[in-house]
Design a protein around this ligand. Structure first.
Ligand SMILES: Cc1cc2nc3c(=O)[nH]c(=O)nc-3n(C[C@H](O)[C@H](O)[C@H](O)COP(=O)(O)OP(=O)(O)OC[C@H]3O[C@@H](n4cnc5c(N)ncnc54)[C@H](O)[C@@H]3O)c2cc1C
Length: 91
């Protein structure tokens, strides 16, 4: 996650386009966060869904990250376009 983000930032600093790698970094990071919180919920069982731990709040918040600034599907289309040079849509 960190390496992908740093790689994208390095490209931007160099004045290059980084749409594809940025899309990969965001998708990977959000997905990893969702999996981590989901695992924590699993480990804590009923306490995970209680309001005491605050985990249920993080669980809801983390799901939101995958919507603004590019949903997974759109990020995948962006990364695919950069890797293959072929846009998903043609005019
Ligand atoms: C809290 C919040 C803050 C926001 N802040 C900003 C902001 O600051 N600036 C800004 O510009 N926008 C902002 N947005 C808008 C945000 O970028 C869009 O809501 C987001 O990109 C999803 O677009 P949409 O809601 O039109 O969903 P839709 O485009 O209707 O997508 C609905 C679902 O269909 C999927 N989908 C859509 N098209 C395709 C396709 N071609 N192939 C496969 N699947 C597809 C999507 O992945 C998604 O799962 C914000 C939204 C929210 C919820």
């Amino acid at each position: 996650m960190r390496l992908l983000s740093l790689h994208a930032l390095e490209r931007i600093d160099a004045g290059e386009r980084a749409n594809g790698i940025s899309a990969m970094a965001k998708r990977y990071a959000c997905n990893a966060a969702e999996k981590a919180v989901s695992s924590a919920m699993h480990v804590f069982g009923a306490m995970g869904i209680s309001q005491e731990l605050g985990l249920e709040r993080v669980f809801r918040d983390v799901r939101m990250l995958a919507i603004p600034d590019g949903t997974y599907e759109i990020l995948t289309l962006i990364a695919g376009r950069e890797l293959t040079g072929v846009p998903a849509y043609r005019a």
